[in-house]
Unconditional design. Structure first.
Length: 121
């Protein structure tokens, strides 16, 4: 059985980029998280204590994203996944997607992004 909680298109202002100049100013990034959680207890009881607090996950993602500069989207995604699994004991697995709309590439591009999957061992 796979139940999921989604937080989609969270937007944060982050110092991110491969070069020092690119990291100098905050840039918007977009984050999606897909949490694998057993939702049956919450669904049967309608009890908030038996699920994951969406607001807490949002605040954690914001703190991780905005708390320090990153060179790579990969590094930010990895840290988000690691922190979510460390803090949210009910989460069995997480998929993190990070998108950066303002990529300095010579050409037309909506965004660059990464998607990683991590789970408890």
């Amino acid at each position: 059985m796979s139940d999921h909680i989604y937080l989609a298109n969270m937007t944060f202002e982050v110092h991110i980029g491969a070069g020092d100049g690119e990291r100098a100013d905050e840039q918007p990034i977009e984050v999606d998280v897909d949490l694998t959680v057993d939702l049956k207890p919450a669904g049967e009881s309608d009890d908030l204590e038996k699920t994951v607090d969406y607001g807490a996950v949002f605040r954690l993602c914001q703190q991780v994203a905005e708390g320090r500069p990153y060179r790579l989207l990969e590094a930010l995604a990895e840290r988000l996944a690691t922190e979510i699994l460390a803090v949210e004991s009910a989460v069995r697995g997480v998929v993190v997607t990070v998108r950066k709309p303002g990529v300095p590439i010579d050409g037309a591009l909506d965004y660059a992004g990464v998607r990683i999957e991590r789970s408890r061992v």
